[in-house]
Design a binder for this molecule. Sequence first.
Ligand code: LER
Ligand code: MN
Length: 269
Amino acid sequence: MKLSYAVSLQKSGFDSIAKGDLDANAGLLADLGYEGIEISIRNPDIVDTAVLEKTLNKCNLELVAIGTGQMFVDDKLSLSSDDKSTREKCAARLKKHIDIAKIFGSYVIIGLARGTVDPGRAGLKNEAGKNLVESFKGVCEYAGKMEVAMAVEPINKKETCFLNTVQETFDFFKNFKTAPLNILLDTYHMNIEEADMAGAIRKSKEKIAHVHLADSNRLCPGRGTIDFNRVIKELKLVGYEGYLSAEIIPLPDFETCAREYISNIRRLV
Ligand code: LER
Ligand code: MN
């Protein structure tokens, strides 16, 4: 397993991510020995892919995955919105994320873009759920055509009412027959939603595209109560060979977290 770190390209209200200058952040990660970087892109329209490629090449970092959820957090765009034009804007942005992922061979993360934190609108059978399935179908079709794989992330119910567990996510996949859909496991969310984290990892076997590591308090692994030794043992047992990406609140600061993460996790893999 290789190590990566989630950073943000633009300003965002999402707090569990490194912010600031991409060149400086990527440079530090490379110096510390990270193999990859994960970048959250709120609005793909402003990304200059040639500049991005230069930065990544200079640092010899793989662009592992592209986060998309900031468009919900910051711009209120979501696939389950009551408003058709909001759903269409969200799907259009996701297709642009897919275009960028195509260039870099990255996964596109489907997380908070599902939208809604209103429990009254939860469930795939109600209006918001139907909107989610219908608008995601077009995105899946495009991803299939572009041969870009998506990583759908079960997220705790305080952040979205849709797909809180691995099982719900697999049930959701049944709506999209041939789409390139995989699972992104995030230990912070699993610790809240899964009765048995090891069981959730085993259930996701073969479908795990990407992994986010954060402790129970969303700080750097080692600062909370999750047993990362056990998590990584389970990931080894299911044959996972992808990236373990730090997606954590940058406290006390990004550099301390980046150093602490690589030192705590490298010895377990
Ligand atoms: C949201 O809490 C999260 O974990 C992100 O990876 C969502 O895109
Ligand atoms: Mn995550």
